[in-house]
Write a protein that binds this ligand. Structure first.
Ligand SMILES: Nc1ncnc2c1ncn2[C@@H]1O[C@H](COP(=O)(O)OP(=O)(O)O)[C@@H](O)[C@H]1O
Ligand SMILES: [Mg+2]
Length: 511
């Protein structure tokens, strides 16, 4: 039986058709994956199912009956729950309080909260679905993976039987992805229906029963997972053959001069704990140096130090021999260091500013867009239009705000801005996180273009496949140190995996 069905459901924004007569059918008890390029219209479709936005036309059927939701509350009452990419939790409250928000348990016939009963009820649901969560923890103290579990639990506590997850794995570490996979399989085993949007085709193959492919607002494919593979899915999504792993040109850059150097870099976090210890790295012109490692081993701190967001306690950073240690971010940029931050909304973009403003943010004092202290609006508009075209950024409204863009297209704005500034060195952290396969191929090729032009690239990524396909040399971080540096050509994912776990061939585990 189809538990969810849409009939020609359509959403228009002005003249732009974000969803064009979509017919989606989800069977009861299945895991349905929805895939498609960034901006294809996946989130729009899910927001209509969840009552967040109203369709322009078309019908939605739940359990065979037509429904019209005017808010998420209506959707939840019909058994449909959604977990967003950006969490909506109250940090100062506990896990339990967040789950109960709005439906607190009151003491019999009083307006007072029955705290004991609340905990018991929430704990019972956590136990039932075998979630690894401590309900008394404060949300501000828990990891991203745990926050996501709280969001899922909020829905389960409200007895939804259909769960929609919009790119749940984009923000997770590989280990957290594995835990989520186990949880979702458990939910399915207990009879829940799940709709999941993801760009990771490996996850689609591993998790789902069927896949619906959306392209430019239309359904372009419907397949049973067992009848397809990653290559076919990518092909349907993008409409052409996609190279899932780019081909790196052989360049002998071993004799090139060093353009960027870190010497004995150490730093402490706000609790006084040393989080980077004596980091020594060299990046040559035309070389990609990959930094691999399990997340949380100092990569984020390294990124902050090299982009001027955190100061060092020791050591030097030099660009072409010139010291730039502990400079302000703007000055580091000005000296010729391009930056792609790991959290695109926190550091890379201003969501409530226009695409145009974001295209020059950080470079607005540069000669071409600024004259005698005034921004040259027409020049900037031209630059924006050129970058939108060159970087194939899908925008409904070029005059609009960044907040209207899908994640991958927002990322492409950063890529366009930083690459266009002609850096001498590029720091790229998680450059393709949450980005669709076609865009990954594009961004990877752009990074390799920079390499060919002689730019030194420091690539920080938790995707081992990304590190392997782009890097010339790979440094592995473990507990704030560089535990080993290897040539890409001479290494394997097995060797890197061992280093990432702190195991070197000198024997034993490093402390
Ligand atoms: N509020 C809005 N106003 C105008 N255009 C929008 C709005 N929300 C989404 N869009 C556009 O609709 C298209 C589909 O977006 P979305 O559903 O977020 O894509 P996906 O989730 O597949 O990446 C995009 O081109 C996006 O820019
Ligand atoms: Mg989306």
């Amino acid at each position: 039986m189809n538990i969810i069905e849409t009939v020609n459901i359509t959403k228009k924004y002005g003249d732009f058709v974000a969803n064009d007569a979509i017919n989606l059918a989800v069977s009861e008890g299945e895991i349905k994956a929805i895939v498609g390029e960034n901006g294809a219209g996946k989130t729009t479709l899910m927001n209509m199912l969840y009552g967040l936005i109203a369709p322009t036309s078309g019908k939605l059927l739940v359990g065979g009956k037509e429904v019209k939701f005017s808010s998420p509350l209506d959707a939840i009452n019909s058994g449909l729950g959604m977990v967003h990419q950006h969490f909506k939790l109250v940090p100062s409250l506990t896990v339990c309080e967040n789950i109960l928000l709005g439906i607190e348990v009151l003491k019999n016939k009083t307006p007072f909260i029955d705290a004991k009963k609340q905990y018991e009820k929430v704990q019972a649901v956590v136990d039932k679905f075998k979630f690894d969560l401590n309900v008394r923890d404060r949300v501000e103290d828990i990891s991203i993976g745990q926050k996501q579990r709280v969001e899922i639990m909020k829905m389960l506590y409200r007895n939804v039987n259909i769960l929609i997850l919009d790119e749940p794995t984009a923000v997770l570490t590989p280990q957290e992805v594995d835990e989520l996979t186990i949880s979702l399989k458990e939910l399915k085993a207990q009879g829940k229906t799940i709709i999941i949007i993801t760009h990771k085709l490996g996850e689609v193959m591993q998790l789902s029963d069927s896949v619906t492919i959306i392209k430019r607002g239309k359904v372009v494919g419907e397949v049973k997972t067992k009848d397809t593979n990653e290559r076919k899915l990518a092909q349907m999504m993008v409409g052409r053959d996609v190279v899932l792993s780019v081909k790196k040109e052989e360049i002998d850059n071993s004799g090139n001069p060093v353009v960027y150097k870190l010497e004995n870099i150490s730093t402490k976090n706000i609790f006084g704990k040393e989080v980077l210890s004596d980091i020594n790295l060299e990046v040559k012109e035309g070389e990609v140096l990959g930094i691999a490692g399990v997340e949380g081993n100092g990569q984020s701190e390294l990124l902050k130090v090299v982009t001027g967001l955190m100061t060092t306690t020791k050591g030097n950073i030099t660009l072409n021999g010139k010291e730039i240690t502990n400079w302000w971010p703007a000055n580091i940029r000005d000296a010729g260091v391009g930056m792609i931050h790991e959290d695109r909304y926190a550091q890379g973009l201003c969501q409530n500013m226009t695409i145009k403003e974001n295209m020059i943010a950080g470079y607005h004092y540069c000669g071409d867009v600024c004259s005698r202290g005034f921004l040259r609006s027409q020049v900037i508009s031209k630059k924006r239009d050129r970058l939108i075209k060159d970087y194939d950024i899908r925008v409904a409204d070029a005059e609009g705000e960044v907040s209207q863009l899908s994640g991958g297209n927002a990322q492409k704005i950063i890529i366009a801005r930083e690459f266009d500034s002609k850096p001498k060195v590029l720091i790229a952290a998680q450059p393709t996180r949450g980005v669709d396969v076609g865009s990954i191929e594009f961004i990877h090729n752009k990074i390799l273009d920079l390499r060919k032009q002689g730019v030194g690239v420091l690539l920080i990524s938790s995707e081992l496949s990304e590190i392997m396909s782009l890097s010339d040399r790979i440094a592995v971080m473990y507990k704030g140190k560089i535990i080993g540096v290897v040539n890409q050509k001479d290494t394997s994912t097995t060797e890197l995996g061992l280093l990432m776990a702190g195991i070197t061939d000198k024997g034993g585990k490093q402390e």
